[in-house]
Design a binder for this molecule. Structure first.
Ligand code: ZN
Length: 353
């Protein structure tokens, strides 16, 4: 596992609609892994690997979707003092937005800034004011620049991401954008594993289409058009999911548990997986001794739903990586679960007939 690639993926800014830097990085990393690579009109990167073994029937087409976008903001106003006001692109919990370092990406360069809600510091706030949780609209960004400079450099529509370095812990990786750069990483590493292997068992008779999608965080938008253009028979949504195996949450609400392996999603609010496909994935994981866990996410979705409902429909499942503290700058994934996701996809694709 080349963790440095995951680091670079996570530290590259790309919000819904502005995934181009992530796409360029991925395009440079997948050189030689696919037979055809193209960018669709919305910006998704569609990468096709032709069958490497013959089958008697017409090859099945498999689409694996991994979204490239991370939640972020668009600048909606630059005020007379040079402060920036933003509009969210993706779901933020404002309780996690206090005192954040951010990166404002503009055509004049990237600028480091700090984000805080308007209002008084603790020392002079009333008890009532201290209790209030502000709305996203109340947060502003301070670039530490003279007002005129900020006004000259930053335009409405420039984009903003959280600005925190990737962190490695002995058993975990932590970043602000594991959702969903980890899936981009898993897809690349799984195809690399298939491509590097000399074993006949790694040859695949299916056409393998990995799509690095755009605008998932605002409603699976890129996956919808990409899935319609690919026309897959079978689809896999590759994403993060909740691991709420942490204090303050009851065991019954865990979704997944860190270290118990790759998640195989049965149902979330966007999709009910094809149960035979779920069984195939679980049986294969057991046979190959790949740790895995079946899971259900009561609220939230992933790109697999778009594949399932594209064209005449497709058999679809979701393969997920349990993530603690999701949609914060401290998203955390267990390395064992990450490895299991790579191993499962690399083992599964060659079994598709
Ligand atoms: Zn996601």
């Amino acid at each position: 596992m080349e963790i440095d690639l995951l680091r670079r993926l996570c530290e590259t800014p790309g919000i819904p609609g502005r995934e181009e830097r992530v796409r360029d990085l991925i395009a440079s990393e997948i050189d030689g892994l696919f037979d055809e690579v193209r960018t669709d009109p919305m910006g998704s990167l569609i990468c096709t690997r032709s069958p490497t073994s013959k089958s008697r029937r017409a090859p099945a087409r498999v689409m694996i979707a991994a979204h490239m976008d991370e939640i972020g903001f668009y600048v909606r106003h630059v005020d007379e003092h040079g402060f920036l006001w933003v509009n969210p692109a993706g779901g933020f919990d404002t309780r996690n937005l206090f005192s954040r370092r951010v990166l404002v990406c503009t055509s004049s360069g990237d600028f480091e800034g700090v984000m805080n809600p308007g209002g008084k510091p603790l020392h002079i706030a009333t008890a009532e004011e201290r209790k209030k949780v502000p709305e996203v609209e109340e947060f502003f960004i301070d670039l530490g620049l003279p007002a005129r400079t900020a006004q000259r450099k930053v335009r409405v529509g420039d984009f903003v991401v959280m600005h925190e370095p990737f962190m490695e812990q002995p058993q975990k990786v932590v970043s602000k954008a594991l959702d969903n750069r980890v899936a981009c990483f898993i897809a690349i590493e799984a195809v690399r594993k298939i491509a590097r292997s000399r074993a006949t068992a790694s040859r695949h008779s299916c056409e393998l289409v990995v799509v690095f999608t755009v605008q998932e965080e605002v409603g699976l938008r890129g996956a919808i058009t990409a899935a319609n253009s690919v026309g897959a028979d079978i689809g896999i949504g590759l994403d993060t999911t909740l691991a709420v195996d942490t204090p303050g949450v009851s065991e019954t609400q865990r979704v997944t548990k860190h270290g118990d392996g790759v998640g195989i999603m049965i149902q979330d609010s966007s999709m009910i997986a094809d149960h035979a496909l779920v069984d195939d994935l679980c049986t294969l994981a057991t046979k190959k001794k790949i740790p895995h866990q079946r899971c259900i996410l009561p609220r939230g979705g992933q790109d697999g739903a778009a594949i399932q409902r594209s064209g005449p429909g497709a058999r679809t499942a979701a393969v997920v990586c349990g993530t603690r503290y999701i949609h914060t700058v401290t998203e955390s994934i267990d390395r064992k679960d990450l490895q299991a996701a790579i191993d499962l996809l690399a083992a599964w694709a060659p079994t598709v007939k």
